[in-house]
Design a protein around this ligand. Structure first.
Ligand SMILES: Nc1ncnc2c1ncn2[C@@H]1O[C@H](COP(=O)(O)OP(=O)(O)OP(=O)(O)O)[C@@H](O)[C@H]1O
Ligand SMILES: [Mg+2]
Length: 261
């Protein structure tokens, strides 16, 4: 679908505009955002504290002991002007731990409390990469972010997923009295040469209206190659034609996002 790729490129586009940007990887797996920025090797799997620690009751004691160092140890710099709190294997069991240790809204506002208290003063923009499924970690992410972005490819399965997300967020808003909105749906991997892609774009415009990003991101082999080499396409010295179009699209969409929120 392109969630991790989108978040990484949005982050760099916003950093270029002069914003202090922090990315938080809650998607777990193989630390995809750290890979995207080529810093996997500098992250020790034994790192403590790590992103899963901030959700735990022990976090307060960690801060008492380490002070500001606790935050500094979580944050890694990248070569592309954005900072990153990488994923950690502690996230694997976090969903179940949140379920057993907390109840009511406390189950969902852990991340929000962490960001409000420790991160908001340091950064202009925080972008969170979330698991592609609804669990307690995802709820913490959307609760904290309130503004949700999602890529959507040209296809009926993908369109259904975007609709389902819109529905889930609405339910969360209504059920918990917390404003959460699907702020931007970003058509991704769009090949404008094909009739089919153009038809899906028209359909998305009709259906999602203002939530649709102003510029679709084209399919670009450069994106795949660059990210496998630990860079975004913003770092390429000689971007291809499609990569240039994608860079323009990320820039316009990032600017539109700033205006919307
Ligand atoms: N516009 C694009 N053009 C070409 N390739 C792309 C584009 N966007 C994403 N990709 C590629 O698609 C693949 C999946 O992207 P990505 O990892 O961002 O998806 P994801 O939604 O985060 O997936 P997961 O659910 O596994 O976390 C990657 O190989 C990425 O390089
Ligand atoms: Mg991902």
């Amino acid at each position: 679908m392109g969630k991790t790729t989108s978040i990484g490129h949005f982050g760099v586009a916003l950093a270029e505009e002069g914003y202090d940007v922090l990315l938080i990887d809650l998607a777990g797996k193989q630390g995809d955002l750290a890979k995207l920025f080529g810093i996997v090797d500098e992250i020790d799997p034994e790192d403590w504290p790590n992103i899963s620690t901030v959700f735990q009751p022990e976090w307060e004691r960690v801060v008492e002991q380490l002070g500001d160092d606790a935050i500094d140890q979580l944050i890694h710099e990248t070569a592309e002007g954005v900072d990153l709190i990488p994923a950690h294997q502690g996230l694997d069991s976090l969903d179940i731990e949140l379920e057993s240790k907390y109840s009511g809204p406390n189950k969902y506002n852990r991340l929000d409390e962490f960001i409000t208290e420790f991160i908001s003063g340091r950064y202009d923009v925080v972008l969170i990469d979330l698991p592609g499924m609804a669990n307690n970690i995802t709820y913490n992410g959307v609760w904290a972010a309130q503004h949700v972005l999602t890529p959507v490819e040209a296809g009926s399965f993908e369109a259904d997923q975007a609709r389902a997300l819109q529905y889930d967020l609405q339910k969360l808003s209504d059920g918990y009295d917390r404003d959460v909105s699907l702020e931007m749906i970003i058509p991704n991997k769009i090949d404008m040469r094909t009739k089919l892609a153009r038809r899906y774009l028209e359909q998305y415009e009709d259906e999602f209206g203002d939530a649709l990003a102003p510029e679709p991101v084209p399919m670009s082999q450069d994106i795949r190659n660059a990210t496998e080499n630990g860079q975004t396409i913003f770092a390429l010295e000689e971007p291809s034609g499609t990569a240039k179009k994608a860079i323009d699209a990320y820039r316009s969409n990032a600017r539109a996002l700033v205006e919307r929120v």
